[in-house]
Design a protein around this ligand. Structure first.
Ligand SMILES: Cc1ncc(C[n+]2csc(CCOP(=O)(O)OP(=O)(O)O)c2C)c(N)n1
Length: 529
């Protein structure tokens, strides 16, 4: 079969296409974006008419994927880890409805927060929902496990999570493809009540889910994805989960280590596997990207005669991603030489691009709001979050997508005036619109500035569903026509823009200022192509 050199994300995408995927649904978010972008570019996907348009947010994405599964086809919803918080409602409930066509939820975690607000570990969501989680340790496994995941989903009639982390998602390796499978045909679920979660039905569904758990543990034992690799050592054993397995193998090769290894790529893990492994050695090192999920389950809360080493006893740092150097240090085979980073890839402070419309918006806002004093601008997640840094120092919050509008409303309710939200166009349609409706319903005195660059800039310039629609959307949500203002953030318009913002800051109700100028990077891209 053909061999391709793929990013971990692309290996998931290709694995899904070769497994007969009919639709991917996603909202961009690092490090997951490249999965959907690969499918959007794929000739194979185009030929088959595989759905690959961006969704408005992760919740709509997962629900649409569930709808495709209802209709019997294989679907996939992709998101970054915090996107799963947004999609948590359908995620938890899909474990109860179950699926018809295979459904994969790909959660891409970002330990060390390279491009995220936190480093939560999505495996906990899998455990919470009680569904299988697959965690590849290489690009080849990303491909293989995605294919296996669809079969697993259809076998147990449950959604299956694929968990990847940044280093795997964004590094390349050779992947051998296997023969592509055909798509499922459209078919209604055999039981037309399967997806109705009325309490009387949901209670039965939950019992069914609980009774499946042991079968899932057995599956993880027989699939070969949680496997014992015997070593000659008797003293130390290593439990290596997902990508951490690769780190261990690198270190083991370098230092000729031969520890017994329990490689884990499928959850739930059968307790017997863990027990037998721990009993055969004197101490166990647990290597896992993210939180100490397996380590915690081994330790429990009681005093124990077992020696468990990992993130919880300080052998490894409690936060941040792992790397071979940290693993070396933890295993005591070298004094953990810090990884030397070549000059060219050293940290550079992020900055707004020269010519970015957000800059002119912030300059106008700073001047307009100066008379009221600092501390009144809630903001959101996107390129414009850099307005927190000098020289702008223009915003006072960045919490989660959409929170600028709702936090501004809450502060206005507390008596703060003016109370301002600065939000990007894509973030606004993702989850700012509903908060604006809250403000409209109570005529809260907030000024919402939508810094509209007509793209989802922060994640590389994906389509923004707000483009060309913002005035109508705000009007439709009930913002008074005369308080939906449009300005063009250019240096030559500075005085005019300051005046517009000043007027709306003074308004004792909801106002929206749409600051509209296309992202400079997208303009450049268009010029080049
Ligand atoms: C729930 C969630 N989903 C996705 C992301 C990743 N992400 C951060 S900002 C952003 C969109 C930014 O687009 P926009 O609001 O238009 O602002 P711009 O970057 O273009 O200025 C995305 C998708 C995230 N942080 N949280």
């Amino acid at each position: 079969m053909s061999k391709l050199v793929l990013l971990g994300d692309e290996a998931v995408a290709q694995g899904a296409l070769d497994a007969g995927l009919s639709g991917v649904y996603a909202y961009p978010g690092t490090p997951s974006t490249e999965i959907t972008e690969y499918i959007q570019r794929s000739g194979q996907a185009r030929q088959r008419n595989v759905h690959a348009d961006w969704s408005v947010n992760e919740k709509t994405a997962l629900e649409a994927a569930l709808g495709m599964s209802y209709a019997g086809k294989r679907s996939m919803a992709c998101m970054k880890h915090v996107g799963l918080n947004v999609a948590a409602d359908p995620f938890m409930n899909a474990a109860l409805t179950g699926v018809s066509g295979g459904l994969l939820v790909v959660a891409a975690d970002d330990p060390s927060m390279h491009s995220s607000q936190n480093e939560q570990d999505s495996r906990f969501y899998g455990k919470f929902a009680m569904i299988p989680v697959l965690e590849p340790s290489s690009q080849q496994e990303a491909y293989d496990l995605t294919r296996y995941g669809f079969g697993l989903s259809e076998k147990f009639r449950l959604p299956v999570m694929i968990r990847v982390t940044t280093r795997l998602a964004h590094s390349r390796s050779a992947v051998i493809r296997s023969a592509a499978r055909e798509e499922n045909s459209m078919a209604l679920p055999a039981n037309l009540r399967q997806f109705i979660l009325l309490p009387a039905l949901a209670r039965k569904k939950f019992k069914l889910l609980l009774s499946t758990f042991e079968e899932l543990e057995e599956e993880g034992k027989s699939s070969g994805l949680n496997r014992l690799e015997k070593g000659t050592g008797k003293k130390r054993g290593v439990i290596a989960c997902g990508l951490a397995y690769n780190y261990y193998r690198e270190v083991a090769e370098m230092h000729r280590l031969d520890d017994p290894v329990l490689k884990i790529s499928q959850y739930p893990v059968h307790p017997e596997l863990l027990r037998n492994f721990v009993n055969a050695v004197e101490e166990v090192f647990v290597l896992e990207e993210g939180y100490p999920l397996v380590e915690e389950s081994l330790r429990g809360v009681l005093e124990s005669r077992y020696v468990i080493r990992g993130r919880m006893d300080g052998a490894l740092p409690r936060d941040g991603e792992l790397n071979p150097s940290l693993v070396e240090k933890a295993l005591g085979v070298r004094e953990g030489q810090p990884v030397t980073v070549p000059e060219i890839v050293k940290d550079r402070p992020p900055a707004l691009c020269n010519g970015c419309g957000h800059i002119d918006m912030f300059k106008a806002l700073n001047e307009a709001i100066a008379d009221y004093g600092p501390g009144r601008v809630f903001s959101d997640i996107g390129c414009y979050t850099l307005g927190a840094l000098p020289p702008y120092n223009a915003i006072n919050s960045c919490v989660d997508m959409g929170a600028s509008v709702t936090m501004a409303k809450g502060a206005a309710d507390a008596g703060m005036f003016p109370s301002v939200a600065v939000i990007g166009d894509s973030t606004f349609t993702h989850s700012g619109m509903t908060g604006l409706l809250d403000a409209v319903l109570e005529a809260s005195p907030v000024t919402v500035i939508i810094s509209d660059n007509s793209t989802t800039g922060m994640t590389g310039g994906q389509k923004s569903h707000a483009t060309g629609r913002l005035v109508e959307i705000c009007g439709g949500l009930g913002v008074e026509k005369e308080h939906v203002r449009v300005m063009i953030p250019l240096r030559k318009n500075h005085d005019k823009n300051v005046a517009i913002i000043r007027e709306e800051l003074a308004h004792q109700g909801v106002s929206v200022v749409i600051s509209q100028r296309e992202c400079i990077q997208m303009v450049r891209k268009k010029r080049v192509s």
